[in-house]
Design a protein around this ligand. Structure first.
Ligand code: C2O
Ligand code: CU
Ligand code: CU
Length: 478
């Protein structure tokens, strides 16, 4: 039975309370974390997503009206081949326009699902997705300009496993919901009655909306039950604005095996991992000692990547319980996993400066202007920022003002060349499509997919309130 007293006396709960002052725990005694339903499209080459409204009860109090694909909150994990064509069928059963963008898919602009490709209420969109890229954990979410924050917050998001079928040969855990866990990290604001709320104050618009409850795969207060062996965690930050600074509560290593757009050549042991909105990381964690442990996070990192403020205790993201009856198929860390680290040669490149701008104070709000912009200009659906040559290599120097901004580019995977002039942090040495910019970062990428001026690619800050506020631009590739 749930007891407030027990809740308050657990160390993790106390830490959680500093993040979440007014609530929050599910009121059931045993609450095993559920994975999203798995839609395996590897054989059929097709999947269907039905955007719909439903009801979610997060903490056993009032119901929340939420949105999801094929269910009431979030969508299925779609397992898709990393090469070949897959046909998607997206139906919008909501009463407003949405879009579905395949974040991390290196696909042409005409199937990218950005803000120019709205699926109107009642309509169906059937893009054929040509895929030819390394195996990776990517995701999909709504991308309706000005409404992305609210629509994703309501639940229009899900994960895709791009697979090449080689994980067993690599020695990687690959049994869905046993030793291969998909974890969608989101914070949500639950009001006094337990209902999910999204009401933006001026501060939220400036800084991004933060919740008071940790929600994993749509669940609050759940425990991941894992075998006594090595478990793969596919982490997605699907939050609107919160940046997690993750570590294991007993400081055991997280062995990084994959970044946004692919697997590494070999695992790299990390004690601390930042996870910004839009990013994915795959890590292996060894539960072989059978001890319970938690994934914890520093409070949101707004200005510091060094591990947060040591005077503020971390909060619990997800506790793990070990079930020795579950098959522990992998008990040894693989040496080589056969992925690649990008090593593009930056000889003849086109260089661009991208500045992620936040205007503070009343001036920024005047003249109907938005405080959020890129290179001084707020996003305009009708203005193309620039054109890129198909097959061209470009080096973008991205600078972030006022706070940390996760910078994402559609239609490519990129190499992080440097962070503030230094070689990238270990977690940024793999293929990426989103990079947390803390000052300045340089990225290098080759544009291999075309995008027309009518259906261009986006580049933007992945703090969704910043994106909605205009910290976004668009470019064609031809
Ligand atoms: Cu995940 Cu343009 O977005
Ligand atoms: Cu994207
Ligand atoms: Cu931003």
């Amino acid at each position: 039975m749930f007891s407030r007293r027990n809740f308050l006396t657990s160390a993790g709960a106390l830490a959680a309370l500093s993040l979440m002052p007014r609530i929050v725990r599910a009121q059931t005694a045993v609450n095993r974390l559920a994975m999203p339903p798995l839609w395996d499209a590897t054989e059929t080459g097709q999947f269907a997503l039905n955007a719909q409204a439903g009801v979610t009860n997060f903490i056993g109090q009032a119901d929340s009206v939420t949105w999801g694909f094929n269910q009431s909150f979030l969508g299925p994990v779609v397992r898709m081949r990393s090469t070949g064509e897959t046909r998607a069928e997206v139906t919008n059963a909501l009463d407003e326009a949405i879009s579905v963008h395949w974040h991390g898919l290196v696909a042409p602009g005409d199937v990218d699902g950005g803000p120019h490709q709205l699926v109107q209420a009642g309509d169906t969109w059937t893009p054929t997705l040509p895929v030819d890229q390394p195996a990776a954990t990517i995701w999909y979410h709504s991308h309706t300009h000005g409404e992305t924050g609210r629509q994703v917050y309501n639940g229009l998001a899900g994960v895709i496993h791009l697979t090449d079928g080689e994980d067993d040969a690599r020695g990687l855990p690959s049994t869905y919901d046993v030793d291969d866990l998909t974890l969608v990290l989101q914070d949500r604001f639950l009001g006094q009655d337990g209902r999910m709320e999204y009401a933006l104050s001026m501060h939220d618009r400036m800084m991004g909306f933060m919740g008071n409850a940790m929600v994993i795969n749509g669940q609050v207060g759940a425990t991941a039950v894992v075998p006594k062996g090595i478990v793969r965690l596919r982490l997605l930050n699907g939050s609107n604005a919160r940046i997690y600074g993750l570590r294991m509560s007993d400081n055991r290593p997280m062995h990084l095996i994959g970044t946004d757009s692919g697997l590494l050549d070999r695992p790299a042991a990390l004690g601390f991992l930042t996870l910004a909105p839009g990013e994915r990381y795959e890590v292996l964690v060894d539960f072989g000692d059978g001890r319970e442990v938690s994934l914890v996070s520093e409070q949101s990192l707004r200005a510091d990547l060094g591990g947060g403020d040591p005077s503020v205790p971390p909060f619990e993201v997800l506790p793990f319980a070990i079930d020795p009856a579950l098959p522990a198929r992998i008990t040894r860390l693989p040496d080589e996993i056969g992925g690649t680290r990008p090593d593009l040669v930056a000889d003849s490149v086109i260089a661009r400066q991208i500045s992620l701008d936040m205007g503070m104070g009343p001036m920024a709000m005047m003249n109907g202007g938005s405080p959020h912009a890129i290179n001084g200009q707020s996003f305009d659906m009708h203005r193309l920022n620039f054109q890129v040559g198909l097959g061209g290599l470009e080096r973008w120097s991205v600078s972030a003002s006022m706070m940390l901004h996760p910078f994402h580019v559609h239609g490519v995977k990129f190499q992080v060349l440097s962070e503030n002039g230094a070689p990238p942090r270990m977690q940024n040495t793999g293929w990426k499509d989103t990079v947390l910019v803390n000052g300045q970062a340089e990225i290098l990428m080759r544009f291999e997919r075309a995008a027309s001026t009518k259906l261009p690619f986006m580049f933007h800050c992945h703090i969704l309130e910043h994106e909605d506020g205009g910290m976004m631009g668009q470019f064609a590739v031809a």
